[in-house]
Design a protein around this ligand. Sequence first.
Ligand SMILES: [Zn+2]
Length: 502
Amino acid sequence: MKTPFLSIAVLAALSCSAASAQEAPSATSNAWSQQAENALAVRKAQKLNKKRAKNVILFVGDGLDPTTVAAARIFDGQSRGEDGEENYLYFETFPYVAYSKTYTTDFQVADSAGTASAMMTGVKTRSGVLSITGDAPHGDCEAALAHQATTLAELAKSAGLSVGVVSTAEITHATPGAVYAHAGNRDWAADSDMPDEVKAAGCKDIASQLLEFPYGGGVDLAFGGGRRKFLPSTMADPEYPEAVGRRGDGRDLTAEWAAKSENHRYVWNKTDFDAAPATSKLLALFEYSHMQFEADRAGDGAGEPSLAEMTAKAISMLSSDKDGYFLMVEAGKIDHAHHAGNAYRALTDTQAYAEAVRTARAMTSERDTLIIVTADHGHTLVFQGYPKKGNPILGVVKVENEAGETVVYPAGDEKPYTTLGYANGPGTIFDGKADLGKGRPALTEEEALAKDYRQQALIPTGGETHGGQDVPVYASGPRAYLLSGVIEQNYIFHVMKDALGL
Ligand SMILES: [Zn+2]
């Protein structure tokens, strides 16, 4: 492959941000300047909303770091035929932004359990635990019972508010689990996941804690995946009859939920979900394990709602409570796509996440509902090279040569490379098969744009890892202005608690 004609000088100019000083003294005629002046006027007119919030909705994009946001906004714009760079994802239009430091008390690069616990309880804690303080060692039942940290859901339910939890992951997974459960180990999802000595010491599995939430009549709704943790091992799954439940104690928690009151309902497919009345207390478990990626959702046999549809149903149910509500909505599979080294599904799930936030803001008032949009931790996605503006975000790096033609701009090994890559992961540049001495495989634009393509990664790992960078927090509504600057992740809880007056 021939290297296209880009001089060292051109590349040097691209490499730094040296702008040419050509602005006229009154520079508002340029469209860029006009747009910036408009943005300035909007911010100068912004009034601080210091009122209490009736409702708080916390959106957590699992693994939604700043690189993923930037790539997804371009992907989203390009999916409508635009260049993409000028686009904003819906939540990027929120007036207040902060940066959240995600480390846990024992890890520089965090997991979802410790980070979700920080947001749910107001204290940083260890990785791998759910809503207990860092005083308890990981996996120690007695210590976990002695060091439970009060959650926002507990405060809210005790004060008469309603509480809902929504996730595309298993509803017992780390982020949703931290809302309603306390556990010394995030993996204690069903009784069969717990060692006998843990059960004997009195610790309850995460699924049963959702059923037995002891405040204010219990959690009002829970939508997500993870039926296997709720069904006994003697019962076949309704969607995949060859699979059985994972509970060893014989309990069918879905039936127990439905039996709690006349209003309690359990559904497992989209048709029944859509038909469930807004007055019901609804447990909806759409998959045996995690729900589908947005990119694969249409192919699901039993039908699954989108994250926006689950959010809409949750808000329509919770908003009948005159005392207000707390709702946590997680896009749990952005993280799963990243772990698989598959940027396409991470970006399409981020689009679905942005649509869910748009739905929530459209159904609520900025005057009384605080919406916070953040992530638990980052990943290792990198956004690299000098692709020309409008280059497909999932494509190989291409530039314009001096003849005005768009040409592939290869790396030092003369092979094309993609704008998006991972620092580590399964899409290794040696793909596990190629001879290390031969270097990374070449790739075409067509391969790179395929839905199942795993971006090349520098460090070969079985699954791509989390990243330790800060994650953004976007906020809109009462007391949203309190989310600014660089914050510790557990501060988010204190803003929500303050806004609700709890
Ligand atoms: Zn993860």
